[in-house]
Design a protein around this ligand. Structure first.
Ligand SMILES: Cc1cc2nc3c(=O)[nH]c(=O)nc-3n(C[C@H](O)[C@H](O)[C@H](O)COP(=O)(O)OP(=O)(O)OC[C@H]3O[C@@H](n4cnc5c(N)ncnc54)[C@H](O)[C@@H]3O)c2cc1C
Length: 283
């Protein structure tokens, strides 16, 4: 299939990109790595008249290792993130999740900004960013605003980003729980998207859990943290017993997806299996 006709713009600054977005409103779409948008255009599920390619905006690229956080530019590809030394050291689940996305071509083109803007329920980033307590930096004519990732994913392909806004960066705090973190996934065998993806980040003091963050992709239309698992782990030693107790009813009360790849009960069961895998790797 061939997309409908569109005008192509390639701004080199965020300001110019926002001016184009504001001028063309509903008739425009941001283009980043194109790995989700181009198939959508080819299937004519969307037919914007203007494509605003942000891949040439330098200030939206690069990974900065700051004193208390690591800032990932929205244009960073999954490959860049997978290979970043600061992320490997301070938030290993971030680099690990990036290395598990799709195949090498997808990782070399797809970006973190494009992925979270698209908000595919089976994407890997939502689980890890929720577990990491990340912030998303969103820019518009009014300047930057910072959105706590807990408030970012609103539903199936829905986020907190407004029509005339651009995601410009993601910030990962340097915390004890992020330093001790991991990501595991049960991949769809062809695309590698997550049928279940579980990110776990656990801080300990004297062997006892002081903070646990456990989040899932692929299980529900909206990615989520499982508060019951997190609460159950807090104050305990992370071992086989406490993990089994905490993960006995993963995703309870959550509307679990069902499709031809994985039925609801199976997916829920696998969410428990993958939560145990992730937490066991940290014990
Ligand atoms: C074969 C294949 C396998 C894949 N496997 C996986 C996988 O295993 N796990 C996984 O998580 N993903 C997977 N993906 C998706 C991949 O990670 C995409 O790269 C990602 O979903 C979209 O990123 P992109 O940079 O290509 O964005 P684009 O396709 O360019 O854009 C996607 C959407 O985001 C909007 N957008 C882009 N950038 C911004 C921005 N900065 N601010 C606001 N809006 C923006 C666009 O307008 C569009 O609506 C796969 C994709 C393919 C084709």
């Amino acid at each position: 299939m061939v997309p409908s006709k569109f005008a192509y713009h390639k701004p080199t600054t965020i300001k110019d990109a926002i001016a184009l977005l504001t001028a063309h409103g509903d008739d425009s779409k941001i283009l980043s790595g194109g790995h989700s948008l181009v198939p959508v255009l080819k299937l004519r599920l969307n037919d914007p008249e203007h494509l605003i390619d942000v891949s040439g905006i330098e200030s939206m690229g690069g990974i900065r290792d700051n004193e208390k956080s690591i800032t990932i530019g929205a244009n960073c590809t999954h490959s860049e993130i997978a290979n970043n030394a600061a992320l490997k050291e301070h938030a290993p689940m971030i680099a690990l999740a990036a290395s598990m996305i799709g195949d090498i071509q997808v990782r070399n083109f797809g970006t973190i900004g494009g992925s979270i803007a698209h908000a595919d329920p089976a994407a890997d980033w939502p689980a890890v960013l929720l577990a990491a307590d990340a912030n998303v930096i969103i820019t518009s004519v009014d300047g930057n605003r910072t959105v706590d990732v807990d408030q970012f994913f609103k539903g199936l392909f829905m986020t907190a980003v407004g029509e005339e806004e651009i995601i410009t960066a993601v910030s990962i705090p340097k915390t004890a729980f992020n330093k001790n973190s991991t990501y595991v996934k049960f991949p769809q065998p062809a695309s590698r998207f997550a049928l279940v993806g579980c990110a776990a980040a656990v801080a300990n003091s004297d062997g006892y859990v002081t903070e646990a963050r456990v989040a899932f992709s692929g299980v529900s239309a909206t990615p989520f943290r499982d508060g019951n698992v997190e609460k159950s782990l807090k104050g305990n030693v992370l071992n086989e017993g406490s993990i089994a107790t905490a993960t006995a009813s993963v995703a309870d009360g959550v509307s679990v997806m069902s499709d031809h790849f994985a039925a609801e009960n199976y997916r829920k069961h696998m969410a428990g299996v993958y939560a145990r895998k992730a937490l066991s790797a940290l014990s």
